[in-house]
Design a protein around this ligand. Structure first.
Ligand code: ADP
Ligand code: MG
Length: 454
């Protein structure tokens, strides 16, 4: 399969401008294949979005033709930092283009658990008043795992750095205890593995992984367990076993302990044993610092005034700040011109924050319905007709972005949809915006403008 993939790339090289090929396709690494699924290694997650929306169909078409296999699929894997080529070997992209992330300066620990993301370390985290408590607690937990801040409960809205801190704690522990066994898991994966373990009679192995073979347990997005009683119970026992063995436990959540109504009381009370630290949306100065740091890391040349402009325009969460920066970089790359204020204004049109007044879920739903010609009742119904589903996803995305509501709250306001449905809708629209899907962009911008006027 590898030769078919390489040969497809060679074909693409002759079809695309050299710069485009070098920027987007050359950095893709071959990670092997399982059955008909190709594992492709990419420098960062944006590559996946970009390639998916621009070249994937053509690439897969070529691989299918060459191999004669119809059901070829791909999965993306962000390359571990330590596996990246040295800068000298990195493909040279134009001055202003997005280039693969360079090697981190800190020495890599001896043994890095495969689930930790090397991009998320303390030295890449910008500290401001919005996150200083969570950051300080994370540093302390990493320096002295299992001691004072145990368990550590980090909560805050989406895209504010919870996952980043969890990973950084993992790396931080490894800096001083290279043999520590760090287990990073999302509550969703914990749930899926638990269900599979029960089904396949492998509960012993499951418990071994999370109880016996673990010195630091990092559980991301614990709110996912809220309605899953069996898994919650299992997690409760995992928690107790680790806690009593003085192992560090760090948990993140996008809701505050007080709001975890569906979470079992005894579990919530465990989280109270340690420290709960919140992360707020970053203030302007921190946003500027984050954008600048990010540009530096991704080798994007970014004038100061544009950094300030982005930080003023996108004030909700850090993931969106990064998305905005990337959009500018991609637009500049396509125009073959450096980023400047005028192009930034154009590229980020429609993302401006609300001018005044409070916007409600009703306002958002009405604005979306008006734009897409969908009835309000359909928006809240289970209907899956394409245009209805699209409008619903956009409305959910805007609710999340403008009102920073939890997925569960949004689900409630859309006729009682499950929070995972909301989560995947929001992620889907985010991805489409990042890949500059013209339809979705126009739609979201129109809704935003309508809201800003109201
Ligand atoms: P959450 O888990 O809270 O939804 P993430 O940790 O995934 O958020 O953060 C979203 C993105 O924003 C990540 O790429 C992360 O590196 C970045 N980020 C968040 N906070 C900061 C910060 N204070 N400094 C630098 N990058 C940050
Ligand atoms: Mg996260």
């Amino acid at each position: 399969m590898q030769e078919h993939w390489q040969s497809a790339l060679t074909d693409m090289r002759s079809k695309l401008a050299a710069e485009t090929f070098e920027t987007w396709l050359a950095p893709i690494g071959w990670g092997g294949c399982e059955g008909h699924k190709l594992r492709l290694l990419i420098p960062n997650k944006f590559y996946a979005e970009w390639i998916r929306s621009h070249y994937l169909d053509i690439l897969l078409g070529l691989v299918r033709d060459k191999s004669g296999i119809r059901d070829v699929e791909v999965c993306w894997e962000v390359r571990e930092q330590t596996e990246l080529p040295q800068p000298a070997q990195t493909v040279r992209a134009p001055e202003h283009a997005v280039r693969p992330v360079l090697l981190p300066k800190a020495a890599a620990p001896a043994r890095v658990p495969k689930d930790l993301n090397g991009k998320y370390r303390f030295d890449r985290f910008v500290v401001g008043t919005s996150n200083e408590l969570a950051h300080a607690a994370s540093i302390a937990a990493a320096a002295n795992p299992g001691a004072r801040y145990n368990p550590l409960f980090i909560y805050g809205g989406v895209g504010l750095g919870k996952t980043h801190l969890l990973n950084a704690i993992g790396y931080g522990v490894l800096d001083t205890q290279p043999n520590a066994r760090i287990v990073y898991v999302s509550a969703e994966r914990f749930t899926n593995e638990f269900i599979a373990a029960v089904k396949n009679h492998k509960i012993g192995e499951f418990r071994d992984t999370y109880r016996s073979q673990c010195d630091v347990l990092l559980v991301d997005d614990i709110q996912f367990l809220a309605t899953r009683e069996k898994t919650m119970e299992e997690f409760f026992h995992t928690f107790n076993a680790l806690y009593h063995a003085n192992k560090q436990i760090v948990v993140s959540s996008d809701v505050d302990l007080k709001q975890m109504k569906e979470m079992e009381e005894r579990l919530v009370s465990r989280f109270h044993w340690g420290l709960a630290a919140d992360i707020q949306a970053p203030e302007q100065d921190t946003r500027v610092a984050i954008v600048k740091k990010k540009a530096l890391q991704e080798d994007i040349v970014l004038p100061d005034e544009v950094a300030h402009f982005i930080a003023e325009t996108v004030d909700s969460n850090v993931r969106q700040l990064e998305g905005a920066l990337l959009r500018l970089a991609v637009a500049a790359e396509l125009r073959k011109q450096p980023i400047d204020l005028a192009s930034a204004r154009k590229a980020l049109q429609g993302l401006q924050p609300p001018r005044e007044g409070l916007i409600t879920v009703d306002d958002i739903q009405r604005a979306v319905c008006a734009y897409s010609n969908v009835a309000l009742s359909d928006l809240k119904s289970p209907r899956r007709h394409r245009s209805v589903a699209r409008a619903r996803m956009i409305a959910m995305y805007v609710c999340r972005q403008r009102l920073n509501m939890s997925y569960t709250e949004i689900g409630d306001r859309f006729g009682g949809k499950d929070h995972t449905t909301v989560l995947s809708a929001v992620h889907k629209i985010e991805a489409q915006i990042l890949s500059q899907d013209a339809d979705v962009l126009a739609n979201v911008q129109a809704v935003q403008q309508r809201l800003n006027r109201s």
